[in-house]
Design a protein around this ligand. Structure first.
Ligand SMILES: *Cc1c(COP(=O)(O)O)cnc(C)c1O
Length: 370
């Protein structure tokens, strides 16, 4: 193993020299690639928020929230939509609305709603997950789905729901697969929910008109959750979409979960602004991710995987991940991971930032290989 501590000292020395002497602080630009949730609202978005017409949405009279709900339902091909404070609450309300106590949902091992949401459906709803292994492309094997749908027998939970995610870890799940998986679910009497936190990343990656493509991707599902606080650049907010009765149930659960928000139009205005201005531009994030991955291809000491929409994953030499993350932080590049690093591209990362980040990753990784 190289001697990271000595190298770290060298880097500090170099940075100190670059800092122009004792006492002076060089303002360092931070390139934050930890997640696409770190974006700050743009000036134009803040203006739209400031000007939003508002009412009390719990009483059903915030016109901007209503406009967002109607617009997303129409755009994405569902009867109704409900504005949610977070993607987690949106998925939770979906699970609670599809399933009751003793019911079960099928989801991938990596599914956000199974793995990354505090087990909310089990904690609050008595709903049991049945996690399934992903195939390398992120899909679930239809034979595995079928084999895990329990027979109607008091020994078993009632299998009610299939949950899929798109994009999943940045991967676009093919629309044809989604159609066949939802058809399979339906043929067994299951409902299907799509966690489309990054649905528009998948839609834009197709190269087709993004709203039509998003509608097409979601067309086999009974419900859909979409985040505005990821690549779309809003400070907060998701929508949960589905049939009228489903959304009426979800409204009760949202209230119970404490997600009824009053003058929420200021937040819905950010989401509406994002729909108008930040969907097509996701293509820039995908291009920056690809540029970053290309710039690091073949670098000894870091196995960079091809970009997946707006994300790049890279595997450093064993045991060096944490060190690399720390040294990158010293250089002003933030990322996550350890055994496998993740770099996420978004609204606040320019082409120049992506190129500069690649240069700094290269410089850092080179120190580990001597
Ligand atoms: C981020 C995310 C969520 C949850 O959204 P929050 O607003 O952070 O609660 C759900 N699903 C996926 C796939 C996500 O990436």
């Amino acid at each position: 193993m190289p001697v990271p501590r000595i190298r770290a000292a060298r880097i500090r020395a170099r940075r100190a020299r670059g800092a122009g002497g004792r006492g002076t602080q060089v303002p360092m630009t931070i390139i934050d690639l930890r997640s696409d949730t770190v974006t700050r609202p743009t000036e134009a978005m803040r203006l739209a928020m400031a000007r939003a017409e508002v009412g009390d949405d719990v009483l059903g009279d915030d016109p901007t929230v209503t406009a967002l709900q109607e617009r997303t339902a129409e755009l994405l091909g569902f009867e109704a939509a409900l504005f949610m404070p977070s993607g987690t609450q949106s998925n939770l309300c979906a699970l609670l609305s599809h399933c009751g106590r003793g019911d079960e949902y099928l989801a991938g091992q990596e599914a956000h709603l199974y793995r990354w949401e505090g087990g909310g459906a089990a904690v609050l709803g008595g709903i049991q997950p049945q996690p399934l292994a992903h195939r390398p492309d992120g899909t679930l094997d239809p034979a595995d789905i079928e084999a895990n749908i329990k027979p109607d027998d008091p020994h078993f939970p009632r299998t009610r729901l299939l949950c899929l995610e798109n994009t999943l870890g940045g991967r676009v799940i093919p629309a044809a697969y989604l159609d066949s998986a939802t058809a399979l679910a339906r043929s067994h009497g299951l409902a299907a929910h799509l966690d489309g936190a990054r649905l528009f990343n998948a839609a834009v990656a197709s190269g087709r008109e993004p709203f039509g493509e998003a509608r097409r991707i979601a067309s086999g599902f009974d419900s859909l959750s979409v985040c505005f606080s990821k690549g779309l650049g809003a400070p907060v907010g998701s929508v949960l979409l589905g049939g009228r009765e489903f959304v009426a149930r979800a409204l009760r659960w949202r209230k119970a979960a404490g997600g009824g928000m009053r003058q929420a139009g200021v937040l819905a205005a950010a989401a509406l602004h994002a729909l108008d201005h930040h969907v097509e531009r996701l293509a820039d994030d995908h291009a920056n991710a690809a540029r970053f991955a290309d710039a690091l291809a073949g670098l000894p000491g870091l196995a960079v995987e091809p970009a997946r929409t707006n994300m790049v994953f890279a595997v450093p030499a064993a045991g060096l991940g944490e060190w690399i993350v720390e040294r990158l932080r010293d250089r002003g590049v933030l990322c996550t991971g350890d055994a496998r690093l993740r770099f996420v591209f978004h609204l606040d990362v320019s082409r120049e930032d992506a190129e500069e980040a690649a240069r700094l990753v290269r410089e850092t990784v080179k120190e580990t290989t001597g």
